[in-house]
Design a protein around this ligand. Structure first.
Ligand code: NAP
Ligand code: MG
Length: 405
């Protein structure tokens, strides 16, 4: 084989758990190392190593992303009580994604991969619908209370400067009921809006934002106003990129999304993003086709697959049984990171390699070679499905061909 393509600056590599970790290493050995001369700053976030380091490795990884700007991450276990027992953990460590996200102050964008013979459930969807979810506050950081007797519920705001309190009535309860207090902060909404604007301008896709400001004039109106202000500040960049910003009521946005051909970034409030990202993922086929990137307002990027560690497949793998786990989203995490590295380093041959890697994956599926999850939704459906490693081998063959090796 001829010489490898040189990547000038390092990429932070974050290893993970279970079946995702198994495919991760096959991808590196067969699709990355044979072709690239690349330095990886490696962090092992496998659950055992997080436990051994008291989760310090997660913080070290996040700081490395700050230093080197680009990272690629394998899916990791977020431990619950059952996992603490299974892996004999010292404690129920926090979600690594939440830790990294809070250190980078980033926004997560999820984008499906479109392949001709994997038709979306919504037949007019032709281009990816990208979802940006505001991942701070609202009902995810709320105080709530079940009301078990008659009484009066109020919102009280007490200023730290000693000025007059504000008291608003929520409801006078004559009977049982329930209440909730939620909040958000301007800084977080603004950096969310900025991240969405950067992403839309970078990818040259229209930006949509939906809220319910007709009903929630203050809370949702606050989001709408900040979004509009930030868009106004970037007006000329929108024009240069040939893209538009649309504000809609959230219910209108949902209807418009279904009727659209895709190709927009849909910025969502926290709860909407949680719900709609799963709807969009299911609509485009399989979790194995959903990519995810964490973008910070100051331009750090962490690429990963949206799916988890695919634990059921891993237990089969441990028993020595054959598996058919879809590696596409993980491969695209690598290609996404490599392309962005090449872009920042100004090395077009690196960007080109990443694009060819993606082409090789798509060609493999279009040639009828795919894992079981895709076989069920492919049109036409292939006669058999590929095993985990068979699929990656088929991609490697096409990658070599396309690179002209
Ligand atoms: P999951 O790993 O995404 O898997 C859910 C199911 O979706 C799988 O059992 C499988 O269905 C299907 N699936 C997902 N990815 C697939 C792929 N690449 N190829 C084929 N099928 C795929 O979610 P989970 O079971 O809820 O979570 C497992 C672990 O992952 C948990 O410990 C969780 O904390 C962690 N997790 C991590 C991340 C992350 O690091 N970003 C995200 C989500 C979850 P079948 O079993 O029917 O084949
Ligand atoms: Mg969800």
């Amino acid at each position: 084989m001829s010489s490898k393509i040189k990547v000038i600056n390092p990429i932070v590599e974050i290893d993970g758990d279970e079946m995702a970790r198994v495919i991760w290493h096959i991808i590196k050995d067969k699709l990355i190392f044979p072709f690239l001369d690349i330095e990886l700053k490696y962090f092992d976030l496998g659950i055992k190593h997080r436990d051994e380091t008291e989760d310090k490795v997660t913080i070290d990884a996040a700081n490395a992303i700050k230093e080197f700007n680009i990272a690629v991450k394998c899916a990791t276990i977020t431990p619950n009580a059952a996992r603490v027992k299974e892996y004999k953990l010292k404690q129920q460590w926090k979600s690594p994604n939440a830790t990294i996200r809070s250190i980078l102050d980033g926004t997560v964008f999820r984008k499906p991969i479109i392949i001709k013979n994997i038709p979306p459930a919504v037949s007019n969807w032709k281009k990816p619908i990208i979802i940006g979810r505001h991942a701070y506050g609202d009902i995810y950081k709320c105080s709530e209370l079940v009301i078990d007797r008659p009484g009066s519920a109020e919102i009280v705001f007490t200023p730290f400067d000693g000025s007059t309190r504000t008291i608003l009535k929520i409801h006078d309860f004559n009977d049982k009921g329930v209440i909730m207090g939620i909040h958000n902060i301007e800084k977080s909404i603004r950096s969310f809006a900025k991240s969405c604007i950067n992403y839309a301008i970078n990818e040259k896709v229209d930006l949509w934002f939906g809220a319910k400001d007709t009903i929630s004039k203050q809370y949702h109106g606050f989001f709408r106003d900040i979004f509009s202000e930030e868009v106004e500040n970037h007006r000329s960049k929108f024009e240069d990129a040939g893209i538009v910003f649309r504000y809609m009521l959230i219910d209108d946005a949902v209807a418009q999304i279904i009727k659209s051909e895709g190709g927009m970034l849909w910025a969502c409030m926290n709860y909407d993003g949680d719900v709609m990202s799963d709807m969009v993922a299911a609509g485009f086929g399989s979790l194995g086709l959903m990519t995810s990137v964490l973008v910070s307002p100051d331009g750090k990027f962490e690429y990963e697959a949206a799916h988890g560690t695919v634990v059921r497949h891993y237990y089969e793998y441990l028993k020595g049984n054959p598996t058919s786990t879809n590696s596409i989203a993980s491969i695209f995490a690598w290609s996404g990171a490599i392309a962005k590295r090449g872009e920042l380093d100004n090395t077009p041959e690196v960007v080109r390699f990443a694009k060819i890697l993606e082409e090789a994956v798509i060609k493999t599926v279009e040639d009828g070679i795919m894992t079981k999850d895709l076989m069920l939704i492919a049109r036409p459906s292939p006669e058999r499905y590929a095993l985990t490693e068979e699929f990656i081998d088929a991609v490697a063959d096409r990658l070599e061909d396309l690179l002209g090796k």
